[in-house]
Design a protein around this ligand. Structure first.
Ligand code: BES
Ligand code: MN
Ligand code: MN
Length: 457
């Protein structure tokens, strides 16, 4: 391994230049005008995978964006890793809040700033470089590895389940490795053993066929903005509990042992509030902040739109109001079942004064694994070597829909080893990735393959 690690240390600067080229491609999956960029990014990844020595590299088309596939299968008898990551990124708006252009990666204060730096291009790139180091120095990898990179993660992975189901044989492996999550905090590497699921809805209310003069009609016609606010107000109580009947029926209660473990984590509530400019925290009574985000479901309004929002005043009764509402789910809540409960509740809440339309959008199942699995233990040793510190075990509030699919369709456990930091602005302006974490992440990934090589299959 020394040769491999030396190679990584020597090539440190080159990695950053190469990563900048990847970060320059605006592969925003949510925006149709970037479709060509998404495709170009898939091709860039495929070219890079060929350069580092992966074999059978190709784009596999789906009804949406292509999956990039590549493999190295020259270690008969050794375990096979299925590596998953995504090459698509989130939109960049509001653009004026970026301190440097989102697709011109810039290094400041030990961080590389660009859309996709942490989520997920930088983290995928760590594994490219770890593979390259092994292949350049040893001509081989200690394990077999299959890479799949998707281009629709940020829009809900709509076509990935189909892809996995259609390629079960080709995707056969012993473990899934993903670097698309975070470290607990700076200097505290982590392995994530749980993700929340997601159900997402758009609600449209209409109160009249056109906007109306609020003087002539106000008081006689229901205002959809007002009705929507009243409906939303009934979705959660003041204690932060979701009021949809049956919402909590399948929630697995937090284990006392888990709560004890999390209490030992160095979570600083004061700093959390300060870092994110939060005057006072809010959440479900009787749970800590970590418990609320990692192990409890929630319902949030992601966006609201109605009426006049320009400068000045306009006396108008809006014809329509719209809300985007999503729920984060925990084991064993089922997205389909929750979606039905939500729709029924919204129907009940909507008065006859408006017409209601609910549209279900993407989602995903929650996921959790046990960490006494030997692959997780191997990852722990590798991370300790890369970061000089033992990882802590965390859950995350975010979602990666395919993880539960890997479990259900391929019967595979996943190891989530992420190096993003909580303040790295994923999905927000000024996304960034810590350069040392990136570098240590490459070393840890190189060790990861080595540690996993010795696990009996
Ligand atoms: N990398 C994130 C998931 C994530 C977020 C993991 C925070 C750990 C901590 C992923 O790219 C993401 O943003 N997922 C979406 C999924 C959705 C679009 C279905 C999410 O969580 O909102
Ligand atoms: Mn991601
Ligand atoms: Mn994301």
């Amino acid at each position: 391994m020394d040769k491999v690690i030396d190679f990584i240390n020597v090539n440190r600067e080159r990695y950053l230049d190469e990563l900048k080229a990847l970060l320059a491609i605006p592969s925003i999956s949510a925006l149709p005008q970037h479709a060509a960029d998404v495709k170009r990014c898939a091709e860039w990844c495929a070219d890079e995978m060929r350069r580092i020595g992966l074999q059978n590299v190709r784009l596999v088309s789906t009804p949406g964006n292509p999956v990039v596939y590549g493999e190295w299968m020259g270690a008969p008898g050794a375990p096979t890793i299925l590596f998953y990551g995504h090459y698509d990124v989130q939109p960049v708006d509001p653009l004026d809040l970026w301190e440097s252009p989102p697709f011109e990666a810039t290094i400041r204060d030990g961080e590389i700033f660009a859309r996709g730096a942490a989520d997920d291009k930088g983290q995928v790139f760590m594994h490219f470089k770890a593979v390259e180091a092994h292949l350049k120095q040893n001509g081989r990898l200690p394990v077999n590895i299959k890479f799949i990179l998707e281009g629709e993660e940020e829009v809900g992975s709509e076509n990935l389940d189909g892809f996995v189901r259609a390629h079960k044989q080709e995707l056969a492996a012993d473990v899934v490795v993903i670097s698309d999550s975070g470290m607990f905090d700076r200097g505290i590497p982590s392995i994530c053993y749980g993700l929340r699921g997601l159900v997402y809805f758009q609600i449209d209310l209409r109160g009249s066929s056109t906007d109306l003069h609020s003087g002539s009609f106000g008081g006689a016609v229901a205002n959809p903005a007002f009705v929507l606010a009243q409906m939303i107000a009934q979705m959660k109580d003041r204690g932060g509990r979701v009021k949809i009947p049956g919402f909590y029926a399948d929630v697995v209660p937090l284990q006392e042992t888990e709560r004890e473990e999390w209490k030992k984590l160095p979570f600083n509530e004061k700093k959390y509030k300060k870092d994110f400019g939060i005057p006072k925290l809010f959440g479900e009574s009787d749970y800590t902040t970590l418990e609320r985000t990692w192990a409890r479901p929630t319902l949030e309004v992601n966006g609201l739109l109605s009426g006049f929002t320009g400068e000045g005043a306009k006396t108008v009764l809006p014809a329509v109001a719209m809300a985007k509402i999503s729920m984060r789910l925990v084991p064993n809540q089922d997205p389909n079942a929750i979606a039905e409960l939500f729709e029924a509740y919204v129907k009940k809440l909507a008065p006859k004064t408006v017409t209601l339309k609910t549209t279900r959008m993407h989602g995903g199942k929650p996921w959790m694994t046990s960490f006494d699995n030997p692959f997780v233990q191997a990852a722990g040793r590798a991370i300790e070597k890369g970061f000089g510190k033992r990882p802590v075990f965390t859950r995350e509030g975010g979602s990666i829909p395919v993880v539960s699919t890997f479990q259900e369709e391929l019967g595979l456990p996943s190891v989530l080893f992420g190096v993003g930091l909580p303040d790295e602005n994923a999905h927000a302006p000024n996304e960034k990735l810590d350069v040392s974490n990136f570098h240590n992440g490459i070393i840890a990934s190189a060790y990861l393959y080595d540690e996993m090589a010795h696990i009996a299959r």
